[in-house]
Write a protein that binds this ligand. Structure first.
Ligand code: VGL
Ligand code: ZN
Length: 209
């Protein structure tokens, strides 16, 4: 059984948003079409309290996009984004949501960032997503959404570590940095995952069915 995981397709991650991923909204028509190929569609939502420690604004004198050490983790300091119950944190209005069975929120701990849909960056707390997927009989996860080099990448690494066959849909994601995604892609493949165009990925799953 396969599931489609839609990572952080939120207003703040598309052009015009607080932490815009270049061309981020271009994936939405494809993502909507892909949803019809899956029996199970899940979404994640970055959902930070005001003053979250991943925000540069929470660290006097630190520039946006600089990197600090936070509780033993390397932490990029982001512009304020996806603050709980703001319009920036809403799923993008063009994203079809009626097939989305459950939305897993992440990033609520005020001190710890959470790129992956499965665990925070310190791997201290699970969101319950892995058990949820296993409980539904899922063995394969297909990832789409934003950003390819952060939340999609970290979700892919955790999915692989949790034993899911993991396919990142390269045309259904966009990166903050292309170099970052090139490194992420190599690491995902190194860890046993796949990075495929959606046409390639769905051709594969049709042959298996
Ligand atoms: C993300 C940076 C900070 C993402 C979330 O969704 O990729 N990136 N928070
Ligand atoms: Zn965030």
């Amino acid at each position: 059984m396969k599931a489609l995981l839609l990572i952080d397709i939120q207003n703040d991650f598309v052009p015009g948003g607080a932490l815009a991923v270049p061309d981020g909204d271009a994936i939405i028509p494809l993502v909507n079409a892909l949803q019809t190929q899956f029996e199970l569609v899940i979404a994640t939502q970055d959902w930070h309290p005001a003053g979250h420690k991943s925000f540069a604004s929470a660290h006097a004198g630190q520039a946006v996009f600089s990197t600090i050490e936070l509780h033993g983790q390397s932490q990029v300091l982001w512009p304020d984004h996806c603050a709980q119950s703001t319009a920036g944190a809403d799923l993008h209005p063009a994203l079809e949501t009626h097939r989305i069975e459950t939305i897993f929120r992440k990033g609520m701990h005020p001190e710890i960032d959470s790129y992956s849909g499965f665990y925070d960056n310190g791997h201290l707390k699970s969101t319950g997503l892995a058990d949820y997927l296993r409980g539904r009989g899922v063995t394969q996860v297909y990832l789409a959404g934003l950003a390819a080099d952060y939340c999609v990448y970290f979700t892919a690494k955790d999915a692989l570590a949790e034993g899911f066959e993991t396919i990142v849909l390269a045309d259904a994601t966009r990166a903050i940095s292309e170099e970052g995604f090139a490194q992420a892609r190599a690491d995902i493949i190194q860890r046993g995952g796949q990075v495929l165009l959606s046409t390639e990925a769905l051709a594969t799953s049709r042959q298996e069915a």
